[in-house]
Write a protein that binds this ligand. Sequence first.
Ligand code: G6P
Length: 542
Amino acid sequence: MGHAVSVPDDTRRALLRELLGDTGRLVVVSNRGPITFDRADAGDGRLTAARGSGGLVTALAELGRHAPLTWVAASLTEGDRAAARVLNDGRSGPGDARVRELLEETLPGQDLRLVYVSLSDEVYDRHYRSFSNPFLWFVQHEMYANAYAPMIDDTLIDAWRKGYRPANVQLADAAVDAAADTTNPVFLLQDYHLYLAAARIRERLPDATILHFNHIPWPSESQWRLIPQSLRRPICEGLLACDIVGLQTDRYASHFLDTVASFVRDARVDRDGRNVAWRGRRIRVRAYPISVDPDGLLRFAASNAVEQRLERLSDRLDRAGRPRLIVRADRIEPSKNALRGFLALETLLDRRPELRHQVRFLAVQAPTRTEIAEYAEYGSAVREVVARINGMAEPDEQPIWIYDGSDYAMAIAALRLAEVVLVNPLVDGMNLVAKEAILVGERDPVLVLSETAGAAEQLAADALSIAAADVVGTATAMERGLAMPAEERRARLRRLRALVRQQDLDWWLTRQLRDVAAVRRGLVPPSRRLRDTVRGVESEAV
Ligand code: G6P
């Protein structure tokens, strides 16, 4: 692949020094913060704390070890609100020591100031449960069956006016206030919950340096055309208040530029130069594919927690006569496309009945957002298909083994044992399972990857590529993966591993900081376009 150069630690340190000087700070703003505080169920109601979940928090949780960091987020729990009172006004009170102790325990060794913003229930529900999820999430993952949804009705407009907009203003105001004593703050805004925050920050701090990174897909402008100009234009203009808009892939960056060209009246879009001129400013649009921290992941993969799960799986494999494993690990979320994955297995077993004894499909599946009807319905549809395929067989003889994947250690244990890993989302911002599988797999796993995962831009060349809707093709790819000669598996994996090691989480962050530093100096951000490996994918004639 290789035109990108690996980025040593020193580069990042030097960039941070240049950007922040002695007293500057990075200011991250996101909906979910790095820690969730809770009141202990039993006993004295003391606060407890755990690291927040999800891709965003995992990516940014260690940032405070590398740079002075202020992190502004919404309070999600009663515990967060209690902690916020201590954290935000720095008062000394009875709970003070406890909150600081929890902070140090959960994210040790960080220069981290945490600011939790307590939005009212009325605002937060509309912001998070109506507008961001499911509306924006579904539009951007193209998950609506357009004949029925989305419905831009009074409830949705109300969620925008009385939820999304005020939540963005309040979080942006908190970020500006938190940066009041900071020279040179660099604002790093995260994800689809905050499309309007940059505009508010710019209004109050015209010279601020702002980068918004979006973790989820940016669909083509024809998706956005379904929703009214009164929503899509402020979303685009909100983002144009940044200096840099970062997307996961070059394809999403192109979509963003097209969307701005279509819907923002006075913007001039330079597609080749990847920038937009708007109201006297120039906004750069770049791709920063997110990744994992390889060493941290490998340490976790060798931990006791994972070893225990591995033993459980090994016992079961022994009982089943040591079958080979196809593995998937994801949330039960319609965009992940588990349904077609299981149907593809059924197709494969019909085609090659002897594989019934030689192979199992191990699926680590985490329930998520179960209160949203579409998720519950999808979960039922998946369970029905799995029940049909498994039929009346004894548990160990069943073709599909399901594990509750809220257990991350189980997901990693399964990926260690995989010979084929199926990652077939209908659309996905990036998909980190594909990258994790490459790093932790011990049986030279073959990656079967749909072209609509953001990760395909980097990985398709050495994965077996499939179109997400193609059940027949997915069955064939799994069959090919199982039959692939050892030498080819190893060669593909070696190249994939080298790529993921080089384009790791550090690389993701350093490219953003380098671009921000360039913008500060009035230069063009140097991040180049990445080669889209999907273009080279061959397919068999049908
Ligand atoms: C996933 C996505 C992130 C998103 C997060 C929200 O992890 O990859 O882009 O921010 O979900 O999850 P939450 O649980 O906070 O709704």
